[in-house]
Design a protein around this ligand. Structure first.
Ligand SMILES: [Zn+2]
Ligand SMILES: [Zn+2]
Length: 192
C-alpha cells in the first residue's frame, strides 16, 4: 500500500462528500487525528476499517488500496463500443457504452468477446409486417440456450430475454443499420 497515494485519495473522496475529518472519524468510530495522519500519508487505514471506508465513499476496497479510481475517458458513450457482461453465477445481464469495473455475485465481470456465428449459432431473419422475424435452430434446453437477443441501434438498445424451452422465434422492429447481439449460455456472445 502506498500510504501517500491512499491518503490523497481519502482526502479527495472526503472533500467530494463534503465531510470534515471529524465527521469521517465519527462515522468510523476513530479519532480525527487518525484521519489527519492517513491524509498526510503517515500510516494507512487498518484493514478492518476498509470495508466501512469503501462503503462510506461508494468505492471499492480495491480502489482504496490502489490509491486511485479507474476512470474511462469521456467519449459520449458510443453505441458501437457497447459491451455486454453476463454473470457466470446468476446469469445477470449488464451492458455498458464503455468498459466498466463491475462485479456480480462477488466476482469481477469481464466484457464478453464477440464470436463469429457458426452454423449452430445462426439467426434467420425475414421481414414480416415491417418487423424482423428472427428464428434459430439453436437448442433451448436448460444447459444450453440463447438467453438474450439485443438489437443495438445508434441511440437505443432493445433487449429481448429468452428462456429455456421457449421456441426459437422472436420479433424485433426493423431498424436500418442496427446490429444484433445474442448470447449462448455455453458458447458466448455473437454479433451480426
Ligand atoms: Zn451474479
Ligand atoms: Zn450455443
Amino acid at each position: 500500500m502506498n500510504s501517500l497515494k491512499v491518503g490523497q485519495l481519502i482526502l479527495a473522496l472526503r472533500k467530494e462528500k463534503k465531510m470534515t475529518q471529524k465527521e469521517l472519524a465519527d462515522q468510523l468510530l476513530i479519532s480525527d487525528r487518525t484521519v489527519s495522519k492517513w491524509e498526510r500519508g503517515i500510516g494507512c487505514p487498518d484493514i478492518s476499517l476498509l470495508p466501512s471506508l469503501a462503503s462510506l465513499f461508494g468505492v471499492s476496497v480495491e480502489d482504496i488500496l490502489s490509491g486511485e479510481l479507474s476512470c474511462n475517458v469521456l467519449d459520449g458513450g458510443n453505441m458501437k463500443r457497447i459491451k455486454f457482461y453476463v454473470c457466470p453465477i446468476c446469469g445477470n445481464i449488464i451492458y455498458s457504452m464503455n468498459t466498466i469495473d463491475i462485479a456480480c455475485c462477488g466476482r469481477k465481470l469481464e466484457p464478453l468477446e464477440i464470436n463469429k456465428p457458426d452454423d449452430l449459432h445462426h439467426l434467420n431473419i425475414t421481414e414480416s409486417d415491417g418487423e424482423d422475424y428472427i428464428t434459430f435452430e439453436h437448442p433451448m434446453n436448460k444447459d444450453h440456450y440463447l438467453s438474450f437477443v439485443a438489437q443495438v441501434m445508434y441511440d437505443r438498445v432493445m433487449l429481448v430475454k429468452l428462456y429455456p424451452e421457449q421456441s426459437g422465434a422472436l420479433r424485433m422492429p426493423r431498424k436500418r443499420g442496427s446490429k444484433l447481439y445474442y448470447y449462448c449460455t455455453q458458447d458466448g456472445l455473437f454479433m451480426i
